[in-house]
Design a protein around this ligand. Structure first.
Ligand code: SF4
Length: 326
């Protein structure tokens, strides 16, 4: 059984946002208001999330990434992941801001998680505080240490580059990847921020990042699956890898294999979808698994060809990143 869309793309990757709450206030993601999250009763319960995941696995989903908000702030996430693993998910991962990772790492590994993405937008503690509006730099570094000393592989560190904020750290991040022998990924800033500050001028193109790193070190391209978001490179002389996620300047929508479930139970076929499809209503109003599976197939069939950021008619979606999950 497999899910395909009208363009013949196989949809095998699911991102599940388990909460819209977060213990960070990253300036390129959410507003400073600590209370801008939905009431708990609007969020899917663990059994509801598991039911939807089970239906999607039955439809051919093979990879699941757990996102938020910040997934580790919701108690019970490890048990939920263990449930997903027992349902036959081969590739189980998480995107976290790392603040709670050192405390949760062993339980995540025990739950069957395979790999991890950790956000780190600055190597300068003062700038880190400016970007995240927290004092968590050391906690995040401890989380990265803990992940690297665990069976989780690969360990990827993600930085969203914003012109004038942290683009001066490209070379430092590359050196960090070499020192730590990890995968450092540079993500282009996307128009999904709550404060709507995004402009094209704030985007640091992946091509520039590659050029600046290659001015210091020789890079060798690495093979990658067509549906992967990152173009990958290794350092020719040894340790560490680089990933470039050029969502804005070099879109990779043509081979997109992803769909998302939001914490409040909406199916989104694209990060930039204008529409949400309400699975929570179906789950809470007596619809059968077969009904829900049919609804999912129909929605996925109509998946957008891609984002329209580079088209003149582009309008950012009303739902911002923290309510979608990366
Ligand atoms: S923007 Fe949408 S279609 Fe493009 S890669 Fe992302 S989720 Fe897929």
């Amino acid at each position: 059984m497999s899910l395909t869309d009208q363009f013949g793309r196989a949809i095998t990757d699911l991102r599940i946002s388990v909460t819209d709450k977060c213990n960070f206030r990253c300036v390129y993601c959410r507003s400073a208001d600590p209370e801008n999250h939905k009431p708990d009763h609007e969020l899917l319960s663990w059994p509801e999330l598991e039911r939807i995941a089970r239906i999607l696995i039955g439809l051919g989903i093979r990879k699941i990434r757990i996102t938020g908000g910040e997934p580790l702030v919701r108690p019970g996430v490890e048990d939920f992941m263990a449930r997903l693993k027992s349902l036959g998910v081969r590739d189980l991962s998480m995107t976290t801001n790392g603040h709670l990772l050192a405390d949760h790492c062993d339980r995540l590994v025990a739950a069957g998680m395979n790999r991890i993405n950790i956000s780190l937008d600055s190597l300068d503690p003062a700038k880190f505080e400016k970007i995240t509006r927290t004092h968590s730099f050391n906690k995040v570094m401890a989380g990265i240490d803990r992940a690297q000393n665990s069976p989780l592989r690969p360990v990827k560190v993600n930085a969203v580059l914003v012109r004038g904020l942290n683009d001066d750290e490209v070379e430092a991040f590359a050196a960090f990847a070499r020192e730590r022998d990890l995968i450092m990924r540079f993500i282009e800033f996307m128009p999904l921020d709550a404060d709507r500050h995004w402009t094209r001028e704030l985007v640091v193109p992946a091509a520039e990042v590659q050029r600046r790193i290659e001015a210091r070190w020789k890079l060798e391209p690495l093979p990658h699956e067509r549906s992967e978001t990152a173009r990958k490179f290794r350092f020719a002389d040894g340790r560490g890898e680089i990933g470039l996620i050029a969502s804005v300047t070099q879109p990779f929508c043509g081979f997109c294999s992803r769909i998302r479930i939001t914490a409040d139970g909406k199916l989104r076929t694209c990060l930039f979808s204008k529409d949400d499809h309400d699975l929570r209503y179906m789950v809470r109003n007596g619809h059968t698994d077969a009904n829900i599976a049919d609804a999912i197939r129909a929605v996925v069939n109509d998946k957008e060809e891609g984002h329209r950021i580079n088209q003149s008619d582009f309008v950012p979606p009303s739902r911002t990143m923290v309510y979608i999950g990366g």
